[in-house]
Design a protein around this ligand. Sequence first.
Ligand code: SF4
Ligand code: FES
Length: 390
Amino acid sequence: MAEEQQLFKITIDGITIEVPQGTTVLNAARMIGKEVAPPAMCYYSKLEGSGGKCRTCLVEVAAGSTKDPRPMPKLVASCRTVVMDGMIVKNKTSERVIDARNGIVEYLLINHPLDCPICDQAGECHLQDLGYDHGLAGTRYEFKRRTFVREDIGPYVQLHMTRCILCYRCVYVADQLTDHRVHGILDRGDHSDISTYVSKAIDNDFSGNMIDVCPVGALTDRTYRFKNRVWFLKPMDAHRDCDKCCGKVTLWNRGDEVYRVTARKDPWGEVQEIDGKTAWICNTCRFEKKKASDWTIEGPTKIDRHSVISANHYAEKVQPPDPLNKVLFGRKPLLLMDIHEVSKVNTPDIDLSKIPGPATSTTFIDRDEAKDIEQAEAERLLINDHKELP
Ligand code: SF4
Ligand code: FES
């Protein structure tokens, strides 16, 4: 009989959850939800060995465990720290974490160009989102930024090394998904560079997945470059029979035109699991099937990531985060009031198209009150009429 898995209790930003032994702090936070989950630029749950490089997921451990409740002296990378029973962790509630994260974002942006207005990743870039939450208005860096020439690595992928944050995700994709990796991180320190071995092309069937895992716009789709902005496109779930991959994708359409094809993403921006497997897609589906007739459309994609791409596509209900619920003792916050319940204005039973002339304040007042006003007005007119009689 299988041994019962031990559960460990962890409290993150005041919210307690029980998770299986061996779960990382980051994944425990993701189980609670977006309100407490730290950002992650290099960790990717579907790629073995990822994490531990970017330090954006740092958290404060206020108590190590029930057995040893001493706090950890330094902030730790939540993607690489496993939960201990009784652990207490602070993420958004820790000033030290926020301060460190601001510093990490500033560091990541030292060499990153301000390319957002022309970058294909704009709107779905995790660094852009982090920049909004933690970035400074200006840079304090006085030295020359690293510059690189753009490189076509294979027929479908272009590398903008200036935008790369050296997260290693694309290297893990090449290692774990393709037959033989021909690119990697060359050199060390501030000379580090993603490149192919003696300018070899990346032409493996699954190489396009590197574009999906890149958290910034360093690896871009050459078939989509500069064709459109992602927030103008309508994402649709679609599938086709494919002998190489699962064939389940997101089409990014404008009208009937398919601008790009990507794998389907989960709320963390990672490729989704479908039927128990990570739904990586092949290059044929991604780059060569750009006609709507190539696909069976399933319906609009549910975007549940907080980003500009969720504008008009946001599928989640607005819910107060848990700590707010506690303060409000189950009451609804004012933000979520039903306007019809609290205001006499805009009552749904008044059909504006049926009232004569434009709506005025009397349109919305209480019916009995309206009758009284109408009667008073009629009486006033009658008295005036009598006054005017000779
Ligand atoms: S190219 Fe993208 S995925 Fe690869 S290391 Fe750089 S940022 Fe990471
Ligand atoms: S996500 Fe943890 S160090 Fe990068």
